[in-house]
Ligand binder design. Structure first.
Ligand code: MG
Length: 311
């Protein structure tokens, strides 16, 4: 049993002073759980994440209840949480109906979910990649009319389980389309976890060279191949300051084979604490939240930090 509850702080001068952790566990994580979690548990999870200091807690998704039954209680979740000043609670909206429901539920920030590959667009959105913006553009425009910031998720940015390697030009094109449609930020998703650090730097650099501000770029890594933290560090060294992660490493992707967990928030916070990069997150409170959630799910968290600290 290690007596160390926190890493030794040794900073570097080539990293951002502060990183915004975009916590996706309550949405991306729970969406992929096969057992339905009750609304009260989701509300408690979100409230605990906000109390642990996470600045962005993605709360739910206003999708068709028959398509993702786990998230059928989105309005009840939004009504149940205790909103903390300064904490953002975005929700995913796939279409106009979802957006209307989200606004009615008091959501003040939304996200759409695009694909960088044709096959995933077909499987996840039921249409070719070329047609996805026809689906999103009106939703994004309408959200902007309501004054809501809109995040554009781009999935399969580094590899696709059906198509293999993904042409970076395709990713950059989808990002441009999302921004043209009115999205206010992006999240580059390594949905199946195959990226490596040089690939990350190269893609972000390519995007920035098209004129996209680094402040608009978030990264979303999966740890399928054990690369998520290395890829995160590569992105931070390039100047990215928004990183997606999931409490306990919850989540995968229901429409993508071989996709396992998101980067665990605890593992990210341990690294950033050691580097002296500010996150505002209380690691002990986060670990306690992960252990509590693991109890709800009936299995241990995949986060290595939770395993190390939680025993
Ligand atoms: Mg994910």
């Amino acid at each position: 049993m290690s007596p160390m509850r926190a890493p030794v702080l040794v900073g570097r001068d080539d990293l951002p002073d502060r990183v915004t952790i975009w916590e996706v566990g309550a949405r991306d994580g729970l969406q992929n759980e096969s057992t339905v979690i009750d609304t009260a548990t989701k509300v408690e999870l979100i409230d605990r994440l906000a109390a642990a200091g996470l600045p962005v807690v993605e709360a739910t998704s206003f999708v068709r209840p028959d398509r993702v039954p786990q998230l059928a209680d989105a309005p009840a979740v939004m009504a149940g949480i205790t909103r903390v000043d300064g904490v953002r609670y975005p929700a995913l909206v796939p279409n106009d109906r979802g957006l209307e429901a989200a606004i009615a539920a008091g959501v003040t920030e939304v996200a759409v979910f695009a694909s960088a590959t044709d096959t995933f667009a077909q499987r996840n959105l039921g249409r070719p990649m070329a047609d996805q913006m026809a689906m999103f553009a009106p939703v994004v425009a309408r959200a902007r009319v309501h004054g809501l910031p809109v995040r554009g998720y781009v999935s399969m940015c580094f590899g696709d389980p059906w198509e293999g390697a993904v042409d970076p030009a395709q990713v950059v094109d989808v990002c441009a389309e999302l921004l043209d449609a009115g999205c206010t930020s992006l999240s580059l998703g390594d949905t199946i976890g195959v990226a490596t650090p040089g690939h990350v730097t190269s893609l972000v650099d390519r995007l920035v060279r098209t004129g996209v501000g680094l402040d608009l770029v978030g990264v979303h890594f999966h740890d399928t191949y054990g690369q998520a933290l290395a890829n995160t560090l590569a992105a931070l060294l390039y100047g990215v300051t928004t990183v997606d992660s999931s409490v306990g490493g919850l989540g995968g992707c229901p429409f993508a084979e071989s996709a396992t967990g998101n980067l665990a928030t605890e593992d990210l916070v341990w690294m950033l604490d050691g580097l002296g990069v500010e996150t505002g997150v209380d690691l002990e409170a986060l670990v306690a939240t992960s252990l509590w959630m693991a109890g709800q799910l009936g299995r241990p968290p995949v986060s290595r930090v939770v395993q190390a600290l939680g025993g």
